[in-house]
Design a protein around this ligand. Structure first.
Ligand code: PGA
Length: 250
């Protein structure tokens, strides 16, 4: 089975609304590739103008976070139905920056994952180990714990459409990319876990990205690995380099 690659930019806390539109326009002619799904995950305040700016193109828009409640007294939060109404197709959940700086745990993330599916938004669920965990040899144990908790009660049909991003924390924003072999090993481990939790068909369908200092020069090698179905790109997604990553196969 061949899975369609998905290349997603994670803009993080960068670009004001007007800067966001300028970036979309700058990248417009560079990110055309009919063979891959292209997503811009942008700050909440940029969603509406970016949805407008990508209209008629191959680019889908994602959010970087959301809350699990439908509506109500949650000052400062954004609900899944609001994102859906604005035209959002994907939402990054459980990025290590949110787990670390904003203390998001797997119980909370599980609620968010279920709410995203219920609202018709595809989660890009992030997981990944710290350098200390890698050195201790507990990488896969840790990731199994994250994925099992985050997907508790999520159905096989939902997981078939899910995107999982494997992002070793030591590789994020550091310029220190995992080798293609290291990334493949963990992505394969995640796929095996999905087969164990669900079944082979679900494991074959789920898309698993690598993220962490992916750039125009290392993307092709990473994306050539059999279990790496795409990338979640931070720094390089804000530059014309993103177009080169999207066109890694050209
Ligand atoms: P990076 O970020 O590409 O800048 O390392 C990736 C991410 O955090 O999603």
């Amino acid at each position: 089975m061949s899975r369609r690659k998905i290349i997603a930019g994670n803009w993080k806390m960068n670009k004001s609304p007007s800067e966001a539109v300028a970036l979309v326009n700058e990248l417009k002619d560079l990110v055309n590739n009919d063979e891959v799904d292209v997503v811009y995950c942008v700050p909440a305040i940029d969603i509406v103008p970016v949805v407008e700016a990508v209209k008629g193109s191959n680019v889908a828009v994602g959010a970087e976070n959301m809350y699990f409640e439908e509506s109500g007294a949650y000052t400062g939060e954004i609900a899944a139905p609001m994102l859906k109404d604005a035209g959002v197709k994907y939402v990054i959940l459980g990025h290590s920056e949110r787990r670390d700086y904003f203390k998001e745990d797997d119980v909370l993330l599980n609620k968010k994952v279920k709410k995203a599916f219920e609202s018709g938004i595809t989660p890009i669920l992030c997981c990944g180990e710290s350098l200390e965990q890698r050195e201790l040899g507990v990488t896969m144990d840790w990731i199994r714990l994250q994925i099992k908790s985050d997907l508790d009660g999520v159905t096989a049909e939902q997981v078939k459409t899910l995107v999982i991003a494997y992002e070793p924390i030591w590789a994020i924003g550091t310029g220190k990319t995992a080798t293609a072999e290291q990334a493949q090993e963990v992505c394969k481990g995640i796929r095996d876990l999905i087969a164990e939790m669900y079944d082979e068909a679900t494991a074959e369908a789920v898309r698993i990205q690598y993220g962490g200092s992916m750039n125009a020069s290392n993307a092709a090698e990473l994306l050539a690995k059999p279990d790496i179905d795409g990338g979640l790109i931070g720094g390089a997604s804000l530059k014309p380099d993103f177009g080169k990553i999207v066109n890694y196969n050209k």
